[in-house]
Design a protein around this ligand. Structure first.
Ligand code: DX5
Ligand code: ZN
Length: 213
């Protein structure tokens, strides 16, 4: 499965971007929200997301790179989001936040920064619908893939099988045809790709190729 990241889209013409996207092989639209505190950058906020949600015909995969993400559960729900991803590093009471996301009727994902080991998920893996592994330090598109992520995918796949968890594995950052193929072989279910899709001259073909990995 493929979830192109809107971060690499042409913000001068989101309607045009969404019109090819809706016809593409992508499964979900990945939306990167940043606060300039949890990560050293700011992307877009809820007014922009509401406009995109009206244009997008595929499920929304919202990735909150913000502190206290639980404050925004009602806003994310109001978008009609399918998946709400919060960072492990931003949630001291992760079990409570996952429960709140479920109570709001959304699927819940937990995201790990590159330096956070998958072993910290041992006591939450059965409660989440997805684990989003960052394969770059979050905050910017177009960065180089961190190779160690391949080993993390394998370790996470083993934990999921051992515990009987139903969690999907999604990877975000530096995904292209080469890293994407190796991630799928290692056990990843969903690939996020910004520059490798929206940044391409033929994004429909790029999406079809990545989705077929
Ligand atoms: C990074 C974001 C990513 C980003 C990926 O903070 O979470 O979703 O858009 O961009 P690429 O695919 O260009 O590395
Ligand atoms: Zn992301």
């Amino acid at each position: 499965m493929l979830a192109p990241s809107l971060l690499a889209a042409d913000f001068r013409n989101l309607e045009k971007e969404m019109s090819w996207f809706n016809q593409s092989a992508a499964s979900w639209l990945h939306l990167d929200v940043m606060d300039g505190v949890f990560v050293p950058n700011i992307s877009f906020g809820f007014p922009v997301l509401r406009a995109v949600a009206k244009l997008c015909k595929k499920p929304l995969d919202v990735h909150l790179m913000i502190i206290q993400p639980e404050k925004f559960i009602p806003e994310v729900k109001a978008l009609g989001a399918y998946m709400m991803n919060v960072h492990y590093e931003a949630c001291p009471h992760l079990h409570r936040v996952i429960g709140q996301i479920h109570e709001a009727g959304m699927h819940a994902g937990v995201t790990l920064n590159p330096s956070t080991p998958v072993s910290v998920l041992e006591d939450i893996i059965r409660d989440v619908d997805m684990v989003l592994l960052m394969s770059v330090n979050p905050g910017f598109g177009g960065q180089q893939f961190i190779e160690h992520t391949i080993d993390k995918v394998k370790a996470l796949r083993a934990m999921i099988e051992r515990t009987g968890s139903k969690a999907l594995i999604e990877i975000d950052g530096g995904v292209n045809m080469d890293t994407g193929r190796r991630l799928r072989e290692a056990g990843a279910d969903i690939l996020v790709a910004g520059s490798a899709v929206f940044g391409q001259t033929d994004p429909l073909k790029a999406a079809a190729d990545l989705a077929a990995l």
